[in-house]
Design a protein around this ligand. Structure first.
Ligand SMILES: [Mn+2]
Length: 344
């Protein structure tokens, strides 16, 4: 049985990949950090932690995301963090390096993707998604065995010789907490818990973080949840369940995309569900579909059929069309796919 010490050791291939990234990060450099549209706890937490790690090594860092910094993760920012997402692609100017976090597909950079494709400076990536045809950079450290990009960032701190202070531990903990659904999803590895223990020892207070992340939501989020739950449909014969939101849901309830986080867990929570789908009609002839699975069902395979991707148990796709047309197509593909996978 591995000891705690064994668990905390960095897997050799990952260490080499992170060292190759770190070689491009020298004192005095200005580094722009970015993550995917509608940054989540892993994207935001990894960015703040990396910013502090690099600043400790004498680099200048600013964060430039394709969509605004989420209200729910404002608490991670401090006076030492330069968050310039509002300035858009102009804030990419003058960077010596770009470091993209929690993305395997450059398209996930949304409005920044084209500017990033044209950047002349080295583009680095640290990630834990399944590799994609068009990566977001030239030098990549990616490991799907990492429970969160935050786990990779913890390892980067070790590779770069930066001690994990409390103000680095907090964003790393938020990254790992949120990407594992509160240490409940299948990516919750022994190593994930070992690092969580390390972060608690460095000063993280779990209850304070729980309150900041999960008990500080606007009331509109519950109204949105009510609307989503009212739409639930369920096919127990194959273990499929889905919820849907009509166009304008965020506007109706005065909430932002971050308030959608976790909604896909409700259909997945129904007994016997192997695959859960969350359809959101964006209102401009596009439907966003979130795929969630349990057990042996690999939703990355299914999402790829629709031009998307992600992880085996959580993936997404953006599909042209309206809800009434896209939903039956995806349901049919999902049923066909589930019939090929034996029930546990
Ligand atoms: Mn992640």
């Amino acid at each position: 049985m591995p000891t705690l010490h064994d668990l905390l050791a960095i897997p050799p291939a990952r260490r080499d990949a992170l060292a190759a990234v770190a070689r491009h990060l020298e004192p005095g450099h200005t580094v722009v950090l970015s993550t995917h549209i509608n940054a989540d706890g892993d994207g935001c937490g990894s960015e703040v932690a990396v910013a502090r790690i690099l600043q400790a090594r004498g680099l200048h860092v600013r964060i430039v995301n394709p969509t605004p910094w989420p209200q729910g993760f404002r608490f991670l920012l401090g006076p030492d963090i330069q968050e310039c997402s509002e300035e858009g692609h102009k804030a990419l100017k003058g960077a010596d390096r770009l470091l993209v976090l929690d993305i395997s597909d450059v398209g996930r950079l949304g409005a920044l993707a084209d500017d990033v494709r044209k950047l002349k400076v080295p583009r680095l990536v640290i990630d834990h998604h399944v590799a994609h045809d068009e990566p977001a950079g030239d030098v990549t450290a990616s490991d799907t065995a990492a429970c969160a990009t935050g786990e990779m960032i913890r390892d980067l701190a070790h590779v770069m010789g930066v001690p994990i202070s409390a103000d680095i531990a907090v964003p790393l903990y938020v990254a790992m907490l949120t990407d594992t659904g509160g240490f409940r999803f299948s990516n919750t590895s022994p190593r994930c818990h070992a690092i969580a223990a390390e972060l608690l020892a460095a000063g993280v207070e779990p209850e304070a973080i729980y309150r900041s992340v999960y008990q500080s939501v606007p009331v509109g989020r519950l109204h949105l949840m009510r609307e989503a739950l009212a739409s639930i449909e369920h096919d127990p014969s194959v273990g499929l369940a889905w919820i849907s939101l009509e166009p304008g849901a965020l506007e109706r309830h005065h909430v932002s995309p971050e308030d959608l986080d976790g909604l896909a867990e409700y259909p997945r929570s129904i007994a016997g569900t192997r695959l859960a789908l969350f359809f959101r009609d964006l209102g401009h002839d596009r439907v966003k579909v979130s795929f969630r699975s349990t057990g042996r069902v690999d939703v990355n395979v299914l999402a790829r059929q629709f031009g998307g991707g992600g992880h085996a148990k959580a993936a997404g796709a953006l599909i042209p069309g309206v809800l009434s047309a896209v939903r039956p197509q995806v349901i049919a593909a999902a049923r066909a796919y589930l019939l090929t996978i034996p029930q546990d």
